[in-house]
Design a protein around this ligand. Structure first.
Ligand SMILES: Nc1ncnc2c1ncn2[C@@H]1O[C@H](COP(=O)(O)OP(=O)(O)O)[C@@H](O)[C@H]1O
Ligand SMILES: [Mg+2]
Length: 218
């Protein structure tokens, strides 16, 4: 059972958007997927409620209130949507449930500054130091050919954790969210520019680079 957490203490950077899309991707690939929403805002669970019955099933967990108590034991993939503002002990506790962590970052000076601190904090968690969890950064809501994207790109390249994908600011994400779908489930003629941007993230998730060391657990 693999645990993939989407995490960043900043709200609005795309955690729920990325978590729901990863869940839909694996469900479409025939995996048994659970989606655990740790955020009291419940955006991932609200998405799941909109999911059409004829799409591959994803089990929803109200992890904010109930943790992973109801996690189906036969899940292949557990996608965890982390809450904003997790620090200190709460952060360490959350990371206990992660083998792989994806950190979305928006092209904004405030977000870039916040993520530097977050990466520093997260790297000090014992489990991360022991490489029992793998972390990657993903640029999200990017408008290409803007100065601020160039800055974000350079900034992410310099971080001490891998920077694996650049996702555009696009209506497709809104369109998919409101219909309980992933962008992989939208008509290809609409979604193709964004599908391409997911390739490197999916590749990273499939590779050993995103697999934690010394754990049978994940
Ligand atoms: N790549 C994107 N393109 C367009 N809108 C996006 C994108 N990523 C996120 N959004 C929108 O930004 C808002 C915040 O995203 P959300 O996933 O809810 O962030 P978080 O879970 O980190 O608070 C939502 O309205 C969402 O639809
Ligand atoms: Mg959210």
């Amino acid at each position: 059972m693999r645990h993939i957490m989407v995490m960043n203490p900043k709200g609005g950077c795309g955690k729920s958007t990325i978590a729901t899309n990863i869940a839909a991707y694996y469900a479409d690939a025939g995996k048994r997927v659970s989606l655990a929403d740790y955020d009291p805002q419940g955006s991932s669970l609200a998405w799941l409620e909109r999911r059409p019955g004829d799409r591959p099933h994803i089990a929803g967990l109200d992890a904010f209130n109930e943790g992973l108590r109801h996690l189906p034991r036969n899940s292949d993939i557990v996608v965890l949507d982390a809450p904003a503002r997790s620090h200190g002990k709460e952060l360490t506790n959350l990371i206990r449930h992660a083998g792989t962590i994806i950190v979305p970052v928006m092209p904004s000076p405030i977000d870039m500054q916040a993520v530097t601190k977050f990466v520093d904090e997260i790297k000090q968690v014992g489990k991360v130091e022991r490489h029992q969890v793998r972390i990657a950064l993903v640029a999200n809501r990017v408008k290409e050919n803007t100065m601020i994207f160039e800055e974000l790109d350079e900034f992410l390249e310099e971080q001490k954790v891998p920077y694996v994908a650049v996702l555009r600011e696009a209506q497709n994400y809104i369109r998919a969210y409101t219909r309980g779908l992933g962008i992989f489930e939208l008509p290809e003629y609409l979604a193709w520019p964004d599908l391409e941007t997911w390739d490197p993230l999916i590749e990273w998730l499939k590779s050993r680079r995103s697999r934690p060391r010394n754990t049978d657990f994940y």
